[in-house]
Design a protein around this ligand. Sequence first.
Ligand code: XLS
Ligand code: CA
Ligand code: CA
Length: 435
Amino acid sequence: MYPPGIGKVEYKPDASASETLVFRHYDSQQEILGKTMEDWLRFSVCYWHSFRGLGSDPFGSGTIKRPWEDDTDSLNNAKRRLRAAFEFFSKLGNKYWTFHDRDLAPEGETLAETNSNLDEVIDLAAGLQKKTGVKLLWATCNLFSHPRYMHGAGTSCDAHVTAFAAAQLKKGLEVAVRLGAENFVFWGGREGYHSLLNTDVKADLDHLAAFYNMAIAYKEKIGFKGQFLIEPKAKEPTRHQYDFDAQTVMSFLHQYGLTKHFKLNIEPNHTTLAGHPYEHDVIFSSAYGMLGSVDANTGSPDLGWDTDQFPMDIRSCTMVMRTVVEQGGIAPGGLNFDAKVRRESTELRDLFIAHAGAMDSFARGLKNAANIISEGVLQKSLNTRYLSWNSGTGARIASGEATLEECEKFIMECGNPNPASGRQEHFEAMFNHYI
Ligand code: XLS
Ligand code: CA
Ligand code: CA
């Protein structure tokens, strides 16, 4: 049992400030606006940070010792770690997990050997899923860590590398089917550039679209029913990542006729890396019906880096949940904690507290969002701001019926516009009322 002394995390609304290994707000079966909290939030634990990350960073090696690790890359260690992970999920009470293929099993000398290693661990994963009822929110392929992917995978300048990535992806999709993944994520690990002198950007994007088309064809062939998701990120590891932000990815999909096959997996820490506010990409993708899932984490606002911290800020969680509730839910996506404990947080207890605290923050975000939406005061003020578009010339411009001549005539008759106050502070104060 890992760790001894920590049991199931309980709902305890009257917990004191120092009791952080409880849920004060997350009551999985509590109904909010017609759905249980569990159904709105669809929490998922990510395997790579929580079970493969041991606190190393570019300046130093790992600081974290886990009781199940024997410091080898053996299959036995891989299986012991997976069992520990499912024990963790059961104690935390989350219903989903996510992984990269290479998080689960060691890579061999050849693709055949790698696939056979993976199969061995996938068999165990299938059994543990069945036993615990924990399901796979999404799987993804790690197409960025191995040196072969140094120039990218789908956008490598070397077609042999792209073919290898495609072969790896084929296996990844088969694994997704086997484990009943509800989604499959494409994060463009090294799909980008460091220098425009050695890069043909148009060729890269054409090849990426071709890579996605092969994935769609195979998805249909093997009957994978999950949702394909692309995860934008602005920079890191490359200087410019092609999937820069939600608007860039949506334009790419549109340009290559791929829109209907994908939605977006938005990670707010990537949104801030793009220089946008935390909730920007969540709102943009949702506005176009493209918000598929959220990698629920945060950076440090003063840094902007991709620090993958646990989301503990109630304001940000409220903004995200407001959008999720307004679009009617996030399923088949979820809130995946793509987050790692700080390398100084070395106890196993910290991993539990981090997840429980983030789940509670989102539960509070959900309650706040439900209040904002039920009372409708913010929405009413927003509607008032746009009132001029509902009738007359505004409605004619919006519907595409108006002409430049007609607008000229309107101005000649009605004179200069006199726009009303934007009342930003009023909106901010109203929002603060709910958090
Ligand atoms: C890295 C990404 C990555 C994806 C999955 O920055 O967040 O972890 O979510 O490959
Ligand atoms: Ca992510
Ligand atoms: Ca990240």
